[in-house]
Ligand binder design. Structure first.
Ligand code: NDP
Ligand code: PYC
Length: 342
């Protein structure tokens, strides 16, 4: 759910100008150049693709995290490989985009060599969408799956007390042509970023997104933030969110959403935990007949596209509009961003 109920007034900003503004804002926060570049790329890509909850709005999350003094501004992530399929990156309590960028080449090598590779990122502040990572992997001809916890904002299905994160799951499959098959969604009924945008705009949430502190259904974003969000799809989304806690938390030796929120200790900043990103080489796993594999996959995806829209189709259309017309940014948000950029 990316749209708020009433569309805000938009300004159109050329991509290079927006990127420059975002970089200036991040530099003013004291982040090192490699972090500035990596974060700006993800934030500008989010806005370019009309992902309002994970575009330039995330500059405000970065500012809050920096101001709270929790995030390391200039750390260089440490990449460790052993020649096997597992690549480990210690983000050292910096933001996640640079950690991903540093681990990506070794992940691609591991997937090509072994058929699959696992990138384990630990100790990162994570504020971004997962599809930029997925698309960086599909661009190499690999399939990809990414999981990460967040903060404990979501009640397990049947309960009313927050325990699980909004825990996104993203998947990508390389396709001929410019765009891969990609989906990327929160396992909560609404992403926290979208809840915050509703709160900022003073708009009610759609029905079914959460409960208030007394466990009663509510559409008030402030009340739900004090109570608990709901998983999407009842017990099914709740189980998927639990899987993310286990696979991208306990399994990789990093924090669950509950531990991330405890570390936050009321600061109200971006979650801090790990991320698990898997890359698969269809050529190695599929026995090497790329043409047959591609034809089989394309028959499926074209069959879907023949009767429904594919995930990411809206996003890719927005990307093309942004290239033609400049990137659409809500006018009030742009003013906030310009202030951060000084
Ligand atoms: P949405 O519900 O907006 O979209 C989820 C996916 O479904 C997208 O790939 C979307 O494609 C696709 N989709 C939407 N509508 C349809 C449709 N009618 N038919 C087919 N496909 C459709 O995403 P969320 O609000 O759940 O998540 C938004 C972002 O928030 C994600 O990028 C996620 O990574 C991020 N997030 C990050 C977290 C973190 O901890 N870092 C935590 C939670 C969320 P399209 O984009 O083209 O609409
Ligand atoms: O939208 O749920 C969310 C989120 C959490 C961390 C980054 N985005």
């Amino acid at each position: 759910m990316n749209a708020t109920a009433t569309p805000p007034t938009m300004v159109h900003v050329p991509e290079a100008e927006l990127a420059d503004t975002v970089r200036r804002a991040l530099t003013r926060m004291g982040l090192s150049d490699p972090h500035v570049r990596a974060i700006a790329q993800v934030i500008v890509a989010g806005q370019r693709d009309a992902c309002q909850s994970h575009g330039v709005y995330r500059l405000i999350s970065c500012f809050d995290a920096v101001r709270a003094g929790k995030v390391q501004l200039a750390v260089e992530p440490l990449v460790t490989t052993s020649g096997g399929p597992i690549v480990q990156v210690d983000a050292k309590f910096g933001f996640s985009p640079l950690a991903f960028e540093r681990g990506l080449p070794a992940l691609v090598d591991a997937a090509r060599h072994h058929g699959l590779g696992a990138l384990v990122i630990r100790h990162c502040f994570h504020f971004s969408a997962l599809w930029p990572e997925i698309e960086a992997i599909t661009a190499q001809g690999l399939a990809a799956l990414a999981l990460t916890p967040s903060h404990a904002w979501v009640a397990p299905a049947g309960g009313t007390r927050p325990l699980l994160g909004t825990n996104p799951i993203a998947f990508g499959w390389p396709r001929p042509g410019p765009y891969p098959y990609v989906f990327d969604f929160a396992t909560s009924a609404i992403a926290r970023g979208d809840l915050e945008l509703h709160r900022r705009a003073g708009q009610p949430l759609p029905e079914g997104c959460g409960v208030d502190a007394d466990g009663q259904p509510s559409t008030d974003p402030v009340a739900v933030a004090r109570g608990a969000m709901r998983a999407f799809g009842g017990h099914k989304g709740s189980a998927l969110a639990t899987m993310v806690e286990l696979m991208a938390g306990a399994l990789i030796g990093d924090w669950t959403s509950r531990e991330s929120l405890a570390f936050d200790d009321g600061a109200g900043v971006a979650p801090c935990h790990g991320e698990l990103i898997l890359a698969f080489d269809p050529l190695v796993l599929g026995g090497g007949d790329a043409a047959v594999q591609t034809a089989r996959a394309e028959a499926l995806l074209e069959g879907i596209a023949g009767q429904a829209r594919l995930p990411s189709q809206r996003r890719f259309a927005a990307r093309e509009r942004s290239h033609a017309e400049g990137i659409a940014v809500p006018a009030t948000m742009y003013e906030d961003i310009l202030q951060l950029a000084g």
